[in-house]
Design a protein. Structure first.
Length: 82
């Protein structure tokens, strides 16, 4: 059986009233997206993990994955709204 995890990570953080996009908000020294992906990788052997990133933050998302050595994650463009 193939099971994929889809992580919606295109949030702008409006409800948090911050100028930082939600996936990049730091918690305990790491961006929220990194915490999420590390937890997913530890919790289950997903066939695939897909991150839906904001088009304006695509390069930053890819750079973040490289910096934190998060391999096996596919990044796609998220929509303008939920």
């Amino acid at each position: 059986m193939k099971i994929a995890a889809i992580v919606p990570a295109a949030g702008q953080g409006r409800r948090l009233k911050t100028k930082t996009f939600k996936p990049f908000i730091r918690i305990l020294g790491k961006p929220l997206l990194v915490h999420t992906l590390e937890s997913l990788k530890k919790s289950f052997d997903f066939t695939e993990i897909i991150v839906a990133a904001a088009p304006a933050k695509l390069d930053e998302t890819l750079r973040l994955l490289r910096q934190h050595k998060l391999r096996g994650v596919r990044v796609v463009l998220g929509g303008r709204r939920r």
